[in-house]
Design a protein around this ligand. Structure first.
Ligand code: ADP
Ligand code: MG
Length: 304
């Protein structure tokens, strides 16, 4: 049995926000809570599983996998949750191995003192991540990767561009190196702005999956999930999922992302002080109005 030296979260290396052993029940719940087409979840999981079954066997001259999966899409569509949940699902698929999840904090690297970003990136990848991958199968979350792998072609000459340029160079060099040496490693990156991510990074991704806004059926499921979840604490709210106006209210959510749907439910509970004091007073009409308002705010934002 492979023994893992515990990496405590207290002495975690710079640039790593969190280290978790897998599988993890909380991450399972996260994966299950994100409602997207089953097909997309299957593709994501299969690509991640293949990473660990095949890369150790087949030379990169045959299939040049880098061990990088990228999720793109608008903010609030569930990318970060899916990426973290995916780590759990992969670990669960290999019950004999002790997988770990490392969550990188790109902003802390990018904000390193002037001229030091490149060094910080190199240390993180070549030391911390390489060491972890040498010990046990490792999944690394690169959330909001545009901060780390900014598109060099679009960088203007103000705002410390040389440093950012070098940081992107360092990420690419390190990804190539790790791909050669560590088949037991998978990066899952996310970005709200894939157009701001360097082309060379995108070309290294084994799969780029766009997570879209929920369609009508998904909106219905998300709203139902939210109301029944609240129903555990406030039974009257749970019953709204059976209301005859429920489907109509769910249709009013089309155009919102999953996060916005759940937040608009909270807004409805806060539509007046009485309801805020006793959330079970919330009505279907209040939900409907909150959904319409959330969409108006979004549309106004889009026009700016
Ligand atoms: N498709 C979805 N189905 C259900 N809930 C969702 C969905 N998308 C987002 N959410 C909700 O929004 C929260 C935030 O999502 P997150 O993963 O941070 O999105 P992103 O990283 O794309 O901005 C999730 O924890 C979840 O509650
Ligand atoms: Mg996110």
């Amino acid at each position: 049995m492979n023994k893992l030296p515990p990496i405590s979260n207290e002495d975690r290396p710079k640039g790593i926000q969190r280290i978790m052993s897998l599988p993890n029940k909380g991450l399972k719940a996260l994966w299950d809570s994100i409602i997207i087409e089953e097909d997309q979840k299957h593709r994501l999981l299969s690509q991640a599983v293949l990473n660990f079954t095949m890369r150790g066997k087949v030379p990169r001259t045959v299939i040049p996998l880098h061990g990088v999966i990228m999720l793109t899409g608008l903010p609030g569509t569930g990318k970060t949750s899916l990426a973290r949940g995916l780590a759990h699902r992969v670990a669960e698929s290999f019950p004999k191995d002790k997988f770990r999840l490392l969550e990188v904090e790109p902003h802390s690297l990018a904000s390193a003192a002037h001229g030091k970003t490149q060094r910080a990136v190199t240390d993180l990848f070549a030391q911390s991540i390489a060491e972890a991958a040498a010990i046990a199968p490792t999944i690394v979350l690169l959330d909001e990767v545009e901060t780390l792998a900014a598109d060099r072609a679009k960088l203007s000459l103000d705002a410390n561009p040389i440093d950012v340029h070098r940081a992107t160079d360092a990420v690419l060099v390190q990804l190539d190196q790790l791909a050669e040496e560590h088949p037991n490693l998978l990066f899952v990156a996310t970005s709200n702005f894939p157009q701001a991510v360097d082309q060379a990074f995108l070309s290294r991704c084994d799969l780029i999956l766009e997570v879209s806004l929920p369609n009508a059926e998904a909106c219905e499921r998300i709203l139902k999930d939210c109301l029944t979840g609240l129903g555990e604490f406030y039974p009257a709210i749970g019953r709204l999922a059976q209301d005859r106006k429920f489907t109509q209210c769910a249709s009013a959510c089309v155009g919102l992302d999953g996060r916005a749907i759940r937040k608009m439910v909270a807004n409805a509970l806060a539509s007046d002080q009485k309801t805020a004091m006793n959330p079970e007073l919330v009505s279907m009409d209040a939900l409907f109005t909150a959904a319409e308002m959330a969409k108006e705010t979004r549309n106004a934002g889009d026009k700016q």
